[in-house]
Design a protein around this ligand. Structure first.
Ligand code: CTP
Ligand code: MG
Length: 168
């Protein structure tokens, strides 16, 4: 179980970094450049930015690199990068889905909000490197539950710290 958490740590870090980056920078560039989709709504919305994406990938990969050098866990030095990238793509994909079903930026879509990034991250890494060796149904399900709880609690902390406008 510990191995599973350490493995997805780059995805966690990638997912948590953008909110800090955007607050530190004070300004940001929407990934969708403000464009709208066929339904008249924003493609992604102002919550997905270039700065957020880049900082998430860099931070997630960096933490992963650190793990790579201390623990024999990743199969390639680029696996943490793939995990971080997958997490960011999953998060962006989630916003795309939310906009298409009419949810404004910042509104919650339970399960997709908390687990989408992790699933994409694991799909990305598994397609490239194969399933990680810790992958078993019971470990996977517990990882989903831990991630769900961790996501909700870290977002609540970010809200308390004034990093986010909403507690989820
Ligand atoms: N963020 C960013 N770029 C990203 C992902 C996140 O700048 N690629 C920042 C945004 O400031 C965003 C915050 O991190 O508001 C929290 O992320 P999230 O909860 O995913 O975004 P929401 O604002 O809730 O927007 P959405 O409804 O699209 O998920
Ligand atoms: Mg949100």
């Amino acid at each position: 179980m510990l191995e599973a958490i350490l493995y997805v740590f780059p995805a966690y870090v990638a997912n948590a970094t953008p909110v800090v980056t955007v607050r530190l920078l004070g300004k940001s560039t929407p990934l969708d450049m403000g464009l709208r989709a066929w339904d008249g709504r924003r493609i992604l919305g102002d919550g997905k930015t270039v700065e957020g994406l880049l900082s998430g990938v860099v931070a997630g990969s960096s933490i992963g690199l650190l793990i790579y050098y201390f623990v024999n866990l990743f199969r390639s030095v680029s696996e943490p990068f793939i995990l971080a990238l997958g997490a960011m793509v999953g998060d962006i994909f989630g916003s795309f889905i939310k906009r298409r079903i009419g949810l404004e930026r910042g509104r919650s879509l339970p399960l997709l909000d908390q687990l989408g990034f992790l699933l994409f991250s694991l799909i990305f890494s598994s397609l490239i490197y194969g399933l990680p060796r810790w992958m078993k149904l019971d470990v996977f399900l517990i990882l989903l539950i831990i991630t769900f709880i961790l996501h909700i609690s870290t977002n609540y902390v970010a809200y308390i710290l004034g990093l986010k406008n909403r507690p989820y």
